[in-house]
Write a new protein. Structure first.
Length: 276
């Protein structure tokens, strides 16, 4: 895809969203898709599917410090349409965003549902994955692994998997302060690896400093996705303006983009969820 003619706002397809300046306004655009059998089971409650689709898109806007303008939906008509619409209504209302339009179509087989979110930047420059600097402190919001436990049926964590809440306020608060930021959708280790590569640096992370939902399964919590927390870097000595945990330090690029407890991780294999 990177060989295709790319708009400057695409940021080389290396970021969470596109950033476009139009008439003095800076817009942030992102698109996420959920596929039956990959992102949700065939027997999943479509109200939860609708909620998660909105939340995952708005999480990308949060990573840019953007406030939502609206969303556009691509939806295959089928069974349980009323359930999906009900969940969509709940998500749009709870996250204070409105539907702009989109497309509905007839389809057979497994469902694939897409959503485009459009946001307005609240700070310029818009945060990117690529801005981390040597000596920066690495932080993460929230507790990782809750979605994993929710997926496994642990009652107290069910909403973390079925109905995640994007860190919209935190993203807007952090935007003027961070050197780099992205949301954690595919697992902390994998997303940290990607952010380090984009920043041409090494992220040195201390596992014991990572806030996890299950200390006995710390490694799994760091590799499982769907947490939708924010991973960000701040200048050494700067305090985070939002509740967050410091988990490491940005170092000069060495043998690997990611170092965990002193052990270099040289490729992305096994670090988190990857398509294909």
């Amino acid at each position: 895809m990177r060989a295709l003619p790319l708009h400057q706002g695409a940021r080389g397809l290396n970021d969470d969203a596109a950033v476009i300046e139009i008439g003095g306004e800076t817009l942030v655009l992102t698109h996420d898709t959920m596929a039956e059998g990959t992102h949700f089971r065939a027997d999943a409650n479509l109200r939860d599917v609708a909620w998660k689709l909105v939340a995952s898109n708005l999480s990308d806007l949060a990573a840019k410090g953007a406030e939502p303008v609206g969303v556009m939906l691509s939806y295959p008509l089928g069974d349980e349409d009323a359930e999906f619409v009900s969940g969509l209504w709940q998500a749009l209302d709870a996250m204070d965003v409105q539907l702009l339009g989109g497309d509905t179509f007839a389809a057979k087989g497994a469902r694939t549902i897409g959503l485009t979110a459009i946001g307005r930047a609240t700070h310029i420059p818009v945060p990117a994955r690529s801005g981390a600097q040597i000596g920066d402190a690495i932080y993460v919001t929230g507790t990782l692994g809750r979605a994993m436990l929710g997926f496994e049926g642990v009652q107290e964590h069910l909403d973390a998997f079925n109905r995640p809440e994007p860190r919209m306020l935190e993203g807007r608060t952090l935007a003027p302060c961070v050197t780099a930021m992205m949301d954690i959708s595919d697992g902390l280790l994998l997303d940290a690896f990607r952010m380090a590569e984009a920043s041409e640096a090494t992220f040195a992370i201390e596992a014991a400093a990572v806030p996890v939902a299950s200390a006995d399964r710390r490694d799994e919590c760091m590799r499982w996705g769907d947490d939708y927390e924010l991973l960000f870097t701040l200048r050494e000595g700067a305090e985070s303006p939002v509740p967050a945990s410091r988990i490491g330090t940005v170092e000069p690029l060495g043998f690997a983009p990611l170092v965990l407890d002193g052990h270099p991780l040289v490729n992305q294999q096994g670090l988190g969820f990857q398509h294909g």
